[in-house]
Design a protein around this ligand. Structure first.
Ligand code: SAH
Length: 670
């Protein structure tokens, strides 16, 4: 509940005020009305997204910003009586009711009128009157109105409506000769016979259907409105864009062909090469990243593979690939949800390759495997204690005591965050910080035993410290915890680079949402989220290469809910307004697109304006795909290159049963 209120305030701040709506009354009205009460149940979690959402009767609830724009343009006053045409969910009427004396709202679908009336009654707004009817005729009995707002677009402003304006009254309506593209028009009635007209810009609304609007036959299906101006406005130039893209696309050979990796040599001078993925369960993304990484390791001196996985789990893979001894009670890696992300045949093949290659090299030239993520708190605490048991039993006792504070919560750390928030004090913050500081202050003494083991222990202690803060931050909201996690990932990367020396170079495998520069996506622009890609650019400049991945359709390994079983689902074909669809339309089935400045500048320029981009993580919900998985990004700014596969298939998870005859040290503990 409080999360929704926060989301609402954030929505007002970022989507409305930052975009230039200056009226304090408009902002205050949006702060009061719960948008989640006006959308279908299954979309409530998206209620404060920056977009229109589908509602009953095949209609849409408007994007908050566009409602705000109209309300501001209408210059509403507390004494005003207002008419709304196209009440839909009732949301805009509810917001207006907070600003004026009385709202009259007409909706042509009776189902919507009934639903809206019920919502408004429940929320206790008593100055709204709703009825079903043809709004193009207005509401003559209640006229004249100080303002009239139409939430649907017609070919002209119906005379019936302009006549129902009071002198001095304002009418705001989308008007356009085609069904889906309109200009937002403002009419101000200056006298009995005269009106001023103002153009407020391009918009896209559902059609106004009625006697003085479009006929139902002319408007068979209602498209969803998007923020103005939209890409589709460009019509014929769209074709040329796919041609430009096809010309720049460099086809990709087989994964096993050395030419595959060689295509990426151009990025090899970077200190960090970040390889993304558009889902956590697509085989092609793993195989492509493996091929690129093999090349960077073999030909270009990269010795660090750092992945979006938990440090202690990756550490046991690292011991395996670098032929280092496993600790006595080593836990099998990656047993927790989502296990398929790392326990799959593609990762296994890469790890076997790395181990075999390392075997031929002296220890200092072997490439290691490191985890950047934050989640395995329990294993990290155990690893620190085990380490100290070996090198400093006295300190191990202290560690047991200090971590004892968090131990009861290690299976359900979110509950710790809740406790810390409700009791108002972070009980374990000091002890975990003290533990890290102790460990670091004895670095010189400890590294005498073994530098690698020290790095591992120190990193685990850092993870415990970050995780303690992370679970508390969860209660301040998604942005804070996301930022804390990505900062931790970045700092871990820096630690590993520093440990390996000034010449060290790293390949990073993480989701597009982590490695694509967040400041050019909705993540950064609307939600204030940063990520490791952005931090790498800030720190390494041109020495950071950010490479995104994408696909049109196929299958993906995923879950429906967090902690749910792995499923293989069909990936829906990409949406028409997305970058993915452009890539698909250019007709090259798998390619590399170099997006760096100076390569294909004309294309780059044409791609810069934001479009939709699909993000599938561990969870995939095709039913609500547009709202759960797409957001607006500027691809050429987000990435330095884009790797494309038209069709992709799900990763194959490794069996979890015990297999006989496998090396005991095998990290997946098969
Ligand atoms: N203000 C609404 C937006 C709804 S979308 C909200 O905040 O949710 C526009 C609505 O206009 C649709 O519900 C559609 O059914 C309705 N509509 C279209 N033509 C109409 C007409 N002639 N009279 C009344 N409603 C109309």
């Amino acid at each position: 509940m409080s999360n929704l209120i926060e989301a609402r305030n954030r929505m007002v701040e970022r989507q409305i005020i930052r975009r230039g709506i200056t009226s304090a009354n408009v902002a205050a009205a949006f702060r009061r009305v719960p948008r989640e009460a006006f959308v279908p149940d299954n979309l409530q979690e998206f209620a404060y997204e920056d977009s229109p959402l589908p509602i009953e009767s095949g209609q849409t609830i408007s994007q908050p910003y566009i409602v705000a724009l109209m309300l501001e343009a209408a210059a509403l006053k507390p004494t005003d009586r207002v008419l709304e045409i196209g009440a839909g969910s009732g949301y805009a009427a509810a917001v207006m009711s907070q600003m004026v004396k009385k709202v009259y709202a007409v909706e042509r679908h009776d189902e919507l009128t009934l639903l809206a009336r019920e919502r408004i009654r429940r929320l206790g707004y008593d100055n709204i009157e709703l009825r079903t009817g043809d709004g193009t005729r207005g509401w003559p009995e209640a006229a004249p109105f100080d303002a009239i707002l139409a939430a649907a677009g017609g070919p002209v402003v119906p005379a019936a409506l302009s006549r129902q304006l009071a002198i001095g009254g304002r009418l705001i309506m989308p008007v356009g000769e085609d069904l889906t593209h309109q200009r937002l028009v403002k009419l101000t009635r200056t006298s009995e016979t005269e009106y001023d007209e103002e153009d407020l810009g391009a918009v896209r609304f559902v059609p106004l259907i009625g006697e003085f609007g479009w006929t139902a036959a002319e408007a068979p299906t209602a498209p969803i409105r998007r923020r103005p101006p939209t890409q589709a406005l460009e019509g014929p130039t769209e074709e040329r864009l796919t041609e430009l893209m096809a010309a720049a696309a460099e086809p990709l050979p087989d994964f096993d062909d050395p030419a595959f990796g060689a295509l990426f040599d151009r990025f090899a001078s970077a200190r960090v090469v970040l390889l993304g993925e558009a889902s956590h369960g697509t085989s092609e993304f793993y195989r492509a990243r493996a091929a690129i990484t093999r090349r960077l390791i073999e030909k270009h001196g990269f010795t660090i593979v750092a992945v979006e996985a938990d440090w202690p789990d990756a550490a046991s893979i690292d011991r395996y690939v670098r032929h280092r001894a496993q600790p006595r009670h080593a836990e099998p890696a990656f047993r927790r949800f989502p296990a398929w992300m790392w326990r799959n045949t593609d990762v296994e093949a890469f790890i076997e390759w790395l181990r075999a290659r390392n075997e031929t090299l002296p220890a200092e030239r072997r490439a290691g495997f490191y985890g950047l993520d934050i989640y395995n708190l329990g294993a990290s605490m155990r690893a620190v204690i085990d380490y100290l048991d070996r090198v400093d039993p006295g300190a191990a006792k202290v560690a047991r005591e200090r971590y004892g504070c968090l131990t009861p919560w290690s299976r359900e750390p979110a509950a710790y965050g809740r406790m810390a928030m409700t009791s108002g004090y972070a009980r374990c913050e000091k002890p975990v910080l003290a533990m890290l500081n102790d460990l670091l202050s004895r670095q010189l003494e400890y590294v005498r035993h073994d530098g690698e083991e020290f790095l591992d222990a120190a990193q685990n202690a850092r993870l415990v410290k970050s995780a303690e803060a992370y679970y508390r931050a969860m209660y301040f909201g998604a942005t804070e915890s996301w930022n804390l996690r990505d900062r931790h990932m970045f700092e871990t990367l820096e630690q590993v680079l520093a440990a390996k020396g000034p010449q060290s170079k790293a390949v990073i495998w993480a989701h597009n949402s982590h490695i694509g520069d967040a400041s050019f996506t909705e993540m950064g622009q609307v939600r204030d989220e940063l990520n490791i890609g952005q931090l790498c650019r800030e720190r390494f400049g041109l020495q950071a290469a950010l490479i995104g991945f994408g696909t049109h359709a196929g299958t993906v390994a995923c879950a429906t809910d967090w902690d749910g079983p792995m499923e293989v689902k069909e990936v829906q074909p990409s949406l028409p307004e997305s970058y993915e669809h452009l890539a698909y339309d250019c007709g090259v089935s798998r390619f590399l697109l170099d997006l760096r400045k100076g390569k294909h500048d004309h294309l780059r320029h044409r791609l810069i304006r934001s479009r939709l981009e699909r993000f599938i993580g561990v969870i995939y919900r095709p039913e609500t795909e547009r709202w759960s998985h797409y957001s607006e990004c500027s691809l050429p700014r987000q990435f330095d290159a884009y790797v494309w596969f038209d069709r992709t298939r799900a990763v194959e998870p490794l069996p979890t049963k015990t297999r006989r005859g496998v090396l005991e040290t095998y990290p997946f503990g098969l």
